[in-house]
Design a protein around this ligand. Structure first.
Ligand code: SF4
Ligand code: SF4
Length: 176
């Protein structure tokens, strides 16, 4: 039996044990670096950006003019827009799911009388969104903007698709 080797490994084990104890003692009395989410919230930096929101004018109307640029540039195809169908006579092209979308109720005929083009359907799938910010960059109307809201949670995949009303609610700051 090689006693020299045994002595070395015993020495190694004791050394590693002491290093472990030293590390434990060093951190034992320190304040934890983790926090009890969701009871405690992470303090985010003021410029932190997460998921997109839809901005509104002072009168509460959407700033979006349904130009489709954000939908086109979105790398994960998370955005889906249908431009004001009432004015363009496209209601027959809506699927049953789209007709059941309550965003459309709020954009019934007459809301387009301001002469602006608006989306009748605007959805973002938060499960697809990768918070890249391309939509915000390309928007000519400052109508879509990434928000500091990083808390999106759902019980089903369907709930991950945010309609207009939810995207408006997603924001913390209004456009002024
Ligand atoms: S942040 Fe990026 S991934 Fe998310 S909706 Fe905008 S363009 Fe698409
Ligand atoms: S959010 Fe901006 S880029 Fe997207 S459709 Fe509306 S106006 Fe165009």
């Amino acid at each position: 039996m090689n006693t020299g080797k045994i002595e070395t490994s015993v020495f190694e084990i004791a050394k590693n044990l002491l290093v472990g104890i030293k590390t434990t003692l060093k951190t034992f009395f320190r304040k934890p670096v983790t926090f009890e989410y969701p009871r405690e919230k992470l303090k985010i930096a003021p410029r932190f950006r997460a998921f997109p929101r839809l901005n509104v004018n002072k009168d509460g109307s959407l700033r979006c003019v349904a130009c489709m640029l954000c939908m086109t540039i979105c790398p994960s195809e998370a955005i889906r827009i249908i431009a004001g169908y009432v004015d363009y006579g496209l209601e027959n092209e809506l699927t049953e799911r789209e007709k059941g979308n309550h965003s459309l109720d709020n954009l019934a005929k007459g809301v387009f009388d301001d002469g602006r083009r608006h989306p009748s359907l605007f959805e973002i799938d938060m499960l697809r969104c990768i918070c890249c910010g391309y939509c915000e960059e390309i928007c000519p109307e400052e109508a879509i903007e990434l928000d500091g809201n990083y808390e999106v949670a759902f019980y089903s995949r369907g709930e991950s698709v945010y309609p207009i009303e939810k995207l408006k609610m997603n924001f913390k700051r209004k456009y002024t």
